[in-house]
Design a protein around this ligand. Structure first.
Ligand code: GAL
Length: 684
């Protein structure tokens, strides 16, 4: 894959000039007095902090009125940090427009699908497409860049903050205008648009571009392609805004790399980060991740970090935010258990993060996030959290040799695609119970359960290096993607796909002639009718697994298809449930129901064995330990993560122990929830 991502990573440097892993937090000194700033820098040094993100929510302080600026305090903080040897990832401060701006220009406020104004009072209350907002924001960006160009503390620019966290879908008149322009560029003619949107249906034919609107609150289901295009447009509009800030920064400080913090985590789905990163919107990828406690919480962390690595083209990326302990925005905000602070951070490093930062440095005394954890909690530095944070600082400094290494590709990949995520979960579908990301995560959990390392990849990643590519619910398959997948399987790759895949093209039109249209020939099967299941319904298979959510009425159409499992119960009892077609030296497998992580874990060995893929872990550690590998020119770095609450022996695993309390004599044993990092020269 070629990507314009320049990956100019802002490495911290050790005393000898060598690269160090970055460590720090969002720093919000505007919430504190000057005496506290001095203590902050002292404690940062104690904790091993070498980079902070600064001024993210400082607009109102930096520009108190339309015509006045107050940079003195920020100058002082920048100088203090620099004197303390701490680099600054400086925010452009545009994330939360000040009250004077929204009062003078209420037309910058976003509007919901039902026409309600999103009022100020929280943050990110701005329309991505507002020319007025953009003019004010870019003026601030220019001021910031001009003032701090050449400041020795400045190591990177942090555009805005979590773009799209609260304002991804704006239905205002500004958005409508920009949406029309985007549609004109995409379709050129109204005939093209009418065809793509299928407007022969429900008398929706457009005869003038001005008639086009965002999918605002409608009497029934709005046109599906209109909805899909609005999702594409909304992601594009924010990317375009990001690029507008970036271009000002590049003009004034061409040598300072620019990033923004993505939110590859959980159900955050509005921003197509494969597009953002792949089209070079940032100089290096940065991500925020928060654990939502649950049975797959650490698998989800690993999945997100792994996907972030794919966005970064497997080069190092920056973990911009995660939490030392509880957050404030979940229904119940659990404190992390001892050890989790370090384990969570190092799991990101295992998947390619070369900097690990928290939200935030010092826990706020006021405001909506006063119960959100930080590196320095309300209790002060004499606390377990601060001691754990300082301990992590020491570990990261020991792991300096890992900085700048890349992730070693796995043999198995799980394909994750924003377009299929958006399209598969639209309304007026066979079921509203389908959860795209959960299906992908379940496959990943199943791979972890059988101890097989896998990469999460996007449709921009080349497939050829993988022995097995699993493409769950790959719903939207344009002709070119169908060709790539067919070439992959015919060239010896083993493709696995699932229910509701290959059903529509890029316009969300059905591939006719039977499902899964775009992949029907490759899979050698034909589905005449979908069989979604009610929430509490299930169908047993004859391989001792159970399907939920979905079933398919499958007819095998090619002689070289083997039925790997049949339905034993339900409407399709006796019919195929899992099929595999051999294609030259490769194969194409179809799983027609949701098996869940346990069911998938029992199916996977058969699929992996066919591809000659085995676990790299000793038998005793499979499923209990996650393995991730980074490599330099002369060494491999094995990250071994105990996924359980019990010690796990690692018979036969050797290497120089860089970190991890695994013992040194004889067989290594990984304590509960511990991460160990081993270095092995490449020659052995
Ligand atoms: C992020 C945000 C931070 C902080 C954090 C709390 O969404 O970027 O500013 O709000 O969440 O978890």
């Amino acid at each position: 894959m070629t990507t314009p991502l320049t990956s100019r990573f802002p490495y911290a440097k050790g005393p000898d000039g060598s690269r160090r892993l970055g460590y720090g937090a969002d720093y919000n000194p505007e919430q504190w007095t000057r005496e506290v700033w001095e203590e902050d820098v002292r404690l940062m040094r104690e904790a091993g902090v070498n980079v902070v993100s600064l001024a993210i929510f400082s607009w109102a302080r930096l520009q108190p009125t339309a015509d006045t600026w107050d940079f003195g305090w920020l100058d002082e903080v920048m100088d203090l940090l620099h004197a303390g040897g701490i680099g600054v990832d400086l925010a452009t401060a545009t994330a939360s427009p000040p009250p004077w701006l929204t009062t003078a220009h209420p037309e910058i406020l976003p509007v919901t699908a039902s026409g309600e104004t999103v009022w100020p009072g929280a943050r990110q209350h701005w329309r991505p497409t507002s020319p007025v907002f953009r003019a004010h924001a870019l003026r601030l960006v220019r001021e910031m860049a001009t003032r701090y160009a050449g400041h020795p503390a400045l190591v990177a620019w942090h555009v805005n903050n979590e773009l799209g966290c609260h304002n991804i879908h704006d239905y205002s008149d500004d958005a409508a205008r920009a949406f029309r322009a985007w549609l004109r560029a995409r379709y050129t003619t109204l005939d093209g648009l009418n065809h793509a949107w299928g407007t022969a249906f429900w008398s929706q034919r457009y005869s003038d571009w001005e008639q086009l609107l965002p999918p605002r609150l409608a009497a029934s289901h709005p046109n599906p392609t209109q909805q899909l295009d609005f999702k594409r447009f909304s992601s594009h509009a924010l990317k375009e805004y990001l690029c507008a800030e970036r271009d000002v920064l590049r003009e004034i400080t061409p040598d300072v790399p620019v990033t923004t913090n993505f939110m590859v985590m959980g159900g955050t789905k509005g921003m197509d980060y494969a597009d953002w990163a792949g089209s070079g919107a940032v100089d290096f990828v940065a991500n925020d991740h928060y654990v939502v406690p649950g049975p797959q919480d650490r698998d989800e962390l690993s999945f997100s970090a792994n996907l972030t690595s794919a966005l970064a083209d497997h080069r190092p990326w920056f973990l911009m935010e995660h939490s030392t302990s509880a957050v404030n925005w979940q229904p119940v905000n659990l404190a992390k258990r001892p050890g989790d602070l370090a384990r969570d951070s190092l799991l990101h490093v295992a998947h390619g993060a070369d900097a690990v930062c928290f939200f935030q440095w010092r826990q706020s005394a006021a405001g909506a996030e006063k119960y959100h954890s930080a590196m320095v909690p309300h209790a002060g530095p004499d606390s377990e959290v601060f001691r754990a944070a300082a301990g992590l600082g020491r570990t990261l400094s020991v792991l300096a040799p890992v900085a700048g290494t890349v992730r070693e590709p796995a043999r198995v990949a799980v394909l994750f695609d924003w377009e299929s995520w958006w399209a598969s979960e639209q309304d007026s579908h066979p079921t509203s119970l389908l959860d795209y990301r959960q299906e992908a995560l379940d496959w990943y959990s199943a791979l972890l359960a059988v101890g097989v390392r896998a990469d999460i990849i996007t449709t921009r990643t080349g497939l050829e290096t993988y022995d097995v590519v699993i493409a769950p619910v790959l719903h939207m398959v344009p002709a070119t993607l169908a060709k790539d997948l067919t070439r992959y399987a015919e060239g010896g790759g083993h493709l696995v796909t699932t229910y509701f895949s290959g059903v529509v093209d890029e316009n969300d039109h059905i591939w006719l002639g039977g499902h899964p249209g775009a992949l029907r020939e490759l899979l050698g099967i034909r589905v005449e009718e979908f069989g979604p299941l009610l929430g509490d319904d299930s169908a047993d298979l004859d391989n001792s697994t159970t399907g939920t959510v979905w079933t398919d009425r499958i007819t095998v159409t090619e002689p070289d298809v083997r039925v790997l499992a049949r339905y034993r119960t339900g409407a399709y009892a006796g019919r195929p449930a899992v099929t595999r077609r051999t294609t030259g030296s490769g194969s194409a497998t179809y799983v027609s129901t949701r098996l869940g992580r346990a069911g998938l874990a029992s199916l996977l060995p058969e699929l992996l064995t066919a591809a000659g893929v085995e676990s790299e872990l000793p038998e005793a550690a499979r499923g209990r330990v996650e393995l991730a590998v980074r490599r330099s020119a002369d060494a491999r770095f094995l990250f071994l993560v105990n996924r359980t609450d019990a010690p796990v022996p690692l018979p036969g695993v050797r290497g120089e122990v860089l970190t991890g309390d695994v013992g040194t004599e004889g067989e290594l044993v990984l304590p509960p929830r511990e991460i160990a990092v081993l270095r092995r020269p490449l020659t052995t």
